[in-house]
Design a binder for this molecule. Structure first.
Ligand SMILES: Nc1nc2c(c(=O)[nH]1)N[C@H]1C(S)=C(S)[C@@H](COP(=O)(O)O)O[C@H]1N2
Ligand SMILES: [Mo]
Length: 258
């Protein structure tokens, strides 16, 4: 049909083979220097191709109700045991507050009821994990852009960081906590939402309850689950190992656009 569809297929084929080659699974901690090298060079190629070919503001494809996967695989952390998370979970997340801070004029602290009262979006999209699987689900959540507007980004804010509740690596001392970051283009993309519902039900724990990011133009590992806090920053290199995300710190590409 159109050039853009075949280009996208080509990019997807490239990503699928990069994932296959590197044998790096994002639900396992792998420490293979060769694997990481293979994945970075393949992703580097993809990134250059994308910069040339793809409009960053374009919408990700949306699907029909009949396309929803019956068996969307939960991946990575699926049942966090971090004490602060367990305390909130025990009360059905009634005491949950999303903190929005960092380089903002007006830091926010939002309950789930606050979040549900904000401008929302519902979308049926496909989640693509670098392990090579994809699943389709319907997501509903608060649009991120109006929340950032409400907080008022300071002029030097360039990235939005999502700090999560779950520890995916090592002892629960904070070092192996999951985190992610996106730039302001993805943060303001119309399909970027803080999802509290999946397939018309409250977001299940396995998929990131009570709140997870859907940033639909990015790969699976950017879709931060169990969001605790959102921080606006000028730079992310001072956080954790400096890569801008849990998997980025372990060799994955920061820009994981699809
Ligand atoms: N907080 C947190 N977010 C996360 C992960 C994780 O382990 N912890 N795994 C990532 C990866 S690699 C994928 S593929 C998706 C899995 O989302 P799902 O469990 O809804 O399938 O979440 C992403 N976000
Ligand atoms: Mo993933």
């Amino acid at each position: 049909m159109t050039g853009s569809i075949s280009r996208r297929n080509w990019l997807r084929a490239g990503l699928a083979s990069a994932g296959g080659l590197a044998l790096a699974a994002c639900d396992r901690i792998t420490n293979s220097p060769t694997g990481n090298k293979a994945i970075s060079s393949a992703e580097g190629l993809t990134r250059r191709a994308q910069r040339l070919l793809i409009d960053r503001k374009a919408l990700a494809r949306e699907f029909q109700l009949s396309d929803i996967s019956a068996d969307f695989k939960p991946n990575g952390s699926i049942d966090p045991q971090d004490p602060d998370y367990l305390t909130l979970k025990a009360k059905g997340f009634a005491d949950y507050r999303l903190v929005v801070d960092g380089l903002v004029e007006r830091p926010l602290s939002l309950s789930l009821a606050d979040l549900k009262a904000l401008p929302s979006r519902t979308q049926i999209t496909r989640h693509d994990c670098v392990e090579g699987w994809s699943s389709i689900a319907k997501w509903q959540g608060a649009k991120l852009a109006p929340i950032l507007d409400q907080a008022g980004l300071k002029p030097n804010a360039r990235y939005i960081v999502f700090h999560c509740f779950d520890t995916l690596d090592g002892p629960m001392d904070g070092a192996g906590r999951y985190y992610e970051s996106v730039d302001l283009l993805d943060a303001h993309h119309p399909q970027t939402i803080l999802a509290y519902a999946m397939n018309d039900r409250p977001l299940p724990v396995a998929h990131g309850a009570p709140l997870r990011l859907r940033v639909e133009r990015q790969l699976g590992y950017k879709q931060a689950k169990y969001i605790q806090r959102i921080e606006a920053v000028a730079d992310y290199t001072h956080l954790h190992h400096g890569g801008g995300g849990f998997w980025e710190d372990r060799g994955y590409e920061w820009y994981a656009g699809i």
